[in-house]
Write a protein that binds this ligand. Structure first.
Ligand code: PEP
Length: 252
């Protein structure tokens, strides 16, 4: 059975105080959540220690970005080995903000994915089309190509450390969400591409991201190929985030 995952990407938001209050609240509610749902908090790297202390193993912790190197003269970078060393279990790779603001290409994503998964962290690999690409009927082609190239370095035995997040760029932080039918259709395409690549596609969790809120998560999570969500803005509001974590259909 595939892992159900709700991951909260705080982006460049937060503080020691927020880490304490938000993660403290999630921890206090963790016992009442479906034990089959993995809750992941992905704070700015500087707060990972605070979040890990608060989480006390009830919540998994991830890093928002890693360098493609193990160590060395790369001022400002953090490696996936370091993230694993301090207790992270997940790393985001290829978020659209990294692609758009920091020039990350699919080839760089592939390098980072290789380092993350071979080191034993789970990579949450983000893919998604822009509005222009969707409007010109290129969405499936773009996303399929991001999956093929971004995951081209994964070898047999490492797929268990891969999660793919479909995040249409036009839906991130905009309040616009893909309809659950459109999201499902793209998730089915991604699963098909993974199968074609020789991956154990039925075992790989696929998350949807893009303005997921407490009031639209249930419809998205009810889709057969959507195994959870990557949540930005709503992950900073404790009650909303926990409510999203409860939005899976009962018998899955
Ligand atoms: C994200 O940053 O990955 C994201 C999906 O953001 P939001 O939920 O705010 O659209």
């Amino acid at each position: 059975m595939r892992r159900k995952i709700v991951a909260g990407n705080w982006k460049m938001n937060g503080s020691k105080d927020l880490s304490e209050k938000l993660v403290g609240y999630i921890r206090s509610e963790a016992g009442s959540l479906d034990s089959g749902v993995e809750v992941v908090v992905i704070p700015p790297a500087i707060y990972i220690g605070d979040v890990l202390r608060q989480a006390q193993d009830t919540v998994a912790v991830g890093v928002q970005n890693v360098g493609q190197w193990q160590s060395g003269a790369y001022t400002g970078e953090v490696s996936s080995e370091m993230a694993k060393d301090v207790g992270c279990r997940y790393a985001l790779v290829g978020h659209s903000e990294r692609r758009q603001l920091f020039g990350e290409t699919d080839e760089l994503v592939a390098e980072k994915v290789s380092r993350v998964v071979s080191g034993g962290l789970t990579a949450i690999v983000c893919v998604g089309e822009t509005l222009e690409e969707r409007e010109s009927a290129q969405a499936e082609i773009v996303v399929a190509s991001q999956v093929r190239t971004g995951l081209s370095t994964v070898v047999q035995g490492e797929w268990k450390n891969v999660v793919v997040a479909y995040e249409p760029v036009w839906a991130i932080g905009t309040g616009k969400t893909a309809t659950s039918d459109d999201a499902q259709a793209m998730h089915a395409v991604i699963r098909h591409v993974l199968k074609d690549m020789g991956a154990p596609a039925e075992e790989i969790s696929l998350l949807y991201g893009g303005s997921v809120k407490a009031d639209n998560a249930a419809a998205l999570f009810a889709q057969p190929d959507i195994d959870g969500g990557l949540i930005g803005g709503a992950s900073l509001v404790a009650k909303d985030f926990v409510s999203i974590c409860r939005d899976f259909p009962a018998n899955t």
